[in-house]
Design a protein around this ligand. Structure first.
Ligand SMILES: [Zn+2]
Length: 253
């Protein structure tokens, strides 16, 4: 088990990257859901410090990445571009070196004041905090469409466009239904379904798509033609069955 001394050794070896702008990748799917690469890629890594069993990586802009190795995590620092097999959680790539985190069960981004930076509860936490997610969904405008809200990482972190579409189909909810017209039970069931589908995928289940990228094809439940239309600020494509996913005002075809 990695103890404090292992964390301190990791901090020492990571010093070769301090003071550099780093390229950031998160090859492991559980790490990818955290959106770390988007937030950190290209930033200056200001310092690396071991605090107890935690490794704190401070980036410009007041962002702190906290890594705890638990039982199985390990950091490896080597020459940039070294060959490897498998999918590490995190790669920080500097000019000549790269640091690779394997099995990093605790990896979160915080502000300098320690608060996690605006991210909602993680859909892949074990177990996920569905109550906290529900509270966040109810704290925003209830005129928002449920399909739009499910992609808002401040409400729940980690649900992507495909799982949003599939979870709403399973729950028979139109992505266009306003939050005001979605009960707590329906919202919770949708979040639980997203968790179950994503967890299954991590454990190797092959996803069967019911609506995602099935525009014009027959709904596997009712036979109606699947529709798609861009939704939300970022105009991500929503997919739904207009017959068996109810509610809301659908965009015209
Ligand atoms: Zn249908």
């Amino acid at each position: 088990m990695p103890e404090g001394d292992a964390v301190h050794r990791a901090a020492m070896s990571l010093q070769v990257l301090a003071g550099q702008r780093v390229e950031v990748e998160t090859p492991h799917p559980r790490a990818a859901t955290k959106g770390l690469a988007d937030r950190l890629d290209g930033r200056l890594l200001e310092s690396v410090e071991a605090v107890g069993k935690h490794l704190l990586l401070r980036f410009e802009g007041g962002l702190v990445l906290r890594s705890h190795l638990r039982m199985s995590g390990r950091w490896r620092v080597g020459p940039r571009g070294a060959r490897r097999s498998g999918r590490p959680w995190l790669i920080l790539r500097g000019d000549e070196h790269e640091a690779v985190l394997w099995n990093g069960p605790v990896l979160e981004l915080a502000r300098d004041d320690g608060r996690v930076a605006h991210l909602g509860p993680d859909i892949l936490a074990r177990p996920p905090d569905f109550d906290a997610m529900l509270a966040r969904f109810r704290a925003v405008s209830q005129e928002r469409a449920v399909g739009d809200a499910l992609l808002d990482q401040r409400l729940v972190a980690g649900i992507g466009n495909m799982w949003k579409a599939e979870a709403l189909w399973q729950s028979r909810l139109s992505p266009w239904r306003a939050l005001a017209d979605v009960s707590d039970e329906q919202l919770r069931a949708t979040l639980e379904t997203a968790h179950r589908l994503m967890q299954g995928r991590l454990e190797g289940a092959r996803p069967l798509h019911y609506v995602y990228r099935r525009v014009g094809r027959a709904c596997r439940r009712c036979g109606a033609a699947i529709r798609s239309y861009p939704q939300g600020e970022n105009a991500r494509m929503a997919y739904w069955c207009p017959r068996c996913q109810k509610g809301g005002t659908e965009p015209r075809a």
